[in-house]
Write a protein that binds this ligand. Structure first.
Ligand code: SF4
Length: 244
């Protein structure tokens, strides 16, 4: 039995997929997002858990998950860095009738994606920008690698595309046009969720003694977020239910 390195667990999650969910945050991420609000999940750490332990705990609250249309979400960190564990966990979850979601940034090998995908009902795909420049400035990944995995996933599973609106980085006209282009080029319709950038993670960077390079970047106003969402709607893009 494969064990998974994990950071934390949430028994009543409402932000990571439909309904009320059991959310397992795995440890380990190589994306290096400059705006990450959970930098303490980057290292793999020491905490280990088995699929059976996760499912046993989730079963205790199952009536809440089922009655709300929820289920189990594996988030991170980056879940696709531990494909053996996630595939085993979600295969067992599917066999017991759970609705399953993964929350990924898409930085993983094609093999890892294909290993996990058969057991996933929906993918929350966090796009860290839409232009090559934003990926260069904000992450350690290349846009082309991320988009290749996004296309792979969107051809096979329902996707919610999560996009963080960061003033000066991902909110410009070039970013908007690139995002619209990405969405329209996907093999199936996806829904988009626009998440306003926030500064709540800075305290964790300070605790780790790391330099937070976006310290002077303001959070977007409600008007700016609404306007970006409206532009997506006008381009014929479906926003996630949380946006309407
Ligand atoms: S992918 Fe998620 S966990 Fe990893 S650095 Fe980016 S925001 Fe943080």
């Amino acid at each position: 039995m494969v064990k998974g390195f994990y950071h934390s667990k949430l028994t009543f999650g409402t932000m990571d997929g439909p309904g009320i969910r059991y959310v397992l945050f795995l440890a380990g991420c190589r994306m290096g997002c400059a705006f990450c609000h959970n930098p303490d999940t980057w290292a793999q750490g020491q905490q280990l858990i088995t699929a059976e332990e996760v499912l046993q705990e989730a079963e205790d609250y199952r009536q809440f998950y089922d009655s709300s249309g929820g289920g189990i979400t594996v988030s991170g960190g980056e879940p696709l860095l531990q494909p053996e564990f996630v595939a085993e966990l979600l295969a067992k979850a599917k066999a017991r009738g759970w609705h399953t979601v993964i929350d990924t940034c898409g930085l993983a090998g094609k093999e890892a994606v294909m290993q996990v995908l058969p057991y996933v009902d929906r993918v929350l795909f966090s796009l860290k920008g839409s232009t090559e420049g934003s990926y260069h400035d904000l992450t350690k990944a290349k846009r082309k690698d991320i988009l290749a995995n996004l296309r792979l996933i969107a051809a096979r599973k329902p996707v919610t595309l999560r996009y963080v609106l960061i003033p000066g980085y991902t909110d410009g006209k070039d970013s908007l046009a690139a995002l619209i282009g990405i969405v329209h080029a996907l093999p199936q319709t996806v829904e988009v969720e626009v998440l306003p950038y926030h500064t709540m993670g800075i305290v964790k960077w300070d605790e780790l003694g790391w330099d937070y390079t976006l310290r002077d970047v303001p959070e977007p106003s409600k008007g700016e977020v609404d306007s970006f969402r409206q532009s997506l709607r006008q381009a014929g893009i479906r926003l996630a239910a949380t946006e309407n």
